[in-house]
Design a protein around this ligand. Structure first.
Ligand SMILES: [Zn+2]
Length: 275
């Protein structure tokens, strides 16, 4: 048999090539497995300090390959998307830390940062309605799929007063202003690019009913900002957004209950921190 082997002079080197190939494949798999372990450690559930460390070490999220079975796939990609976003927006790390704190209250379910943004947006509208004494016109608010809405019951007004128009504009600003207060990137200087949506509504109301539409639009945006910015109000937005994420839909009386609870908690905290 030995002579037989010798009769094929190329055999030895071919074997070496095969072994080398196997070794490389094994190394590749090991690297992949390490990456996967790394990714798992990283993503489930992401520690902002660890992400900051990986950033410093220069581990690029686009180098990470995630191999998993189908059920897990969606979850993995969501984590990967989040990591990629955090990678490109280091300032988002601070927001993410806040999300993690919120996620602790979020029992048993996957905390979705994109959906939280939608919930904050809708909560911003609803809190503006509260601050403008229009809560009785809110029928319900809901979040479904990747979108949300607040339904107002308002009879159409052919000749609204200036104050009514301004209030409607501030209500429309509430969504994007709240989102920006929660640290999400949003362009508050942008003009409408579509014929529908908050920005289109703001511009069309101002142009139709106000003498100096341009001036009013930005003045009312800043006024909305001042109304939503106080810590107590942001606490209300957060409470409402979390409840909306949890329940999917809230009617007016449920909104009232949540705001009363948030108010009570705010007072407890205030008493605890005051000397
Ligand atoms: Zn909106």
């Amino acid at each position: 048999m030995m002579t037989g082997a010798k009769a094929h002079p190329g055999h030895g080197s071919r074997t070496e090539t095969q072994i080398e190939r196997l070794r490389q494949t094994a190394m590749k798999y090991r690297r992949l497995m390490e990456r996967e372990r790394e990714a798992k450690a990283l993503f489930a559930i992401t520690d902002p300090r660890r992400i900051a460390k990986l950033r410093r070490e220069g581990i690029n999220p686009f180098d990470i390959q995630v191999h998993c079975d189908r059920d897990e796939e969606r979850l993995w990609y969501r984590h990967l998307r989040l990591y990629r976003r955090l990678w490109f927006h280091p300032e988002a790390l601070a927001i993410h830390a806040e999300f993690l704190a919120l996620a602790k209250q979020w029992k048993g379910r996957e905390f979705d940062v994109d959906l939280y943004r939608v919930a904050v947006h809708e909560a911003g509208h609803a809190i503006m309605a509260v601050l403008l004494n229009q809560l009785d016109e809110v029928k319900h608010m809901a979040i479904r799929g990747s979108g949300g809405h607040v339904v107002m019951m308002k009879p159409p007004e052919p000749r609204p007063s200036r104050q009514q128009v301004e209030q409607d504009i501030m209500f429309s600003w509430g969504g994007d202003v709240a989102v920006s207060l929660f640290g999400y990137p949003v362009d508050l200087d942008a003009r409408p690019v579509r014929t529908r949506g908050d920005r289109a509504q703001i511009f069309s109301l101002a142009r139709k009913h106000l003498d100096e539409p341009e001036k009013s639009i930005w003045k009312l945006r800043d006024q909305t900002m001042r109304m939503l910015a106080p810590k107590k109000v942001r606490g209300q937005i957060q409470a409402l957004a979390l409840a909306l994420l949890r329940e999917g839909k809230l009617n007016r009386s449920e909104i009232k209950v949540i705001l009363n609870e948030s108010q009570a908690q705010h007072e407890v905290r205030k008493r605890a921190t005051s000397p």
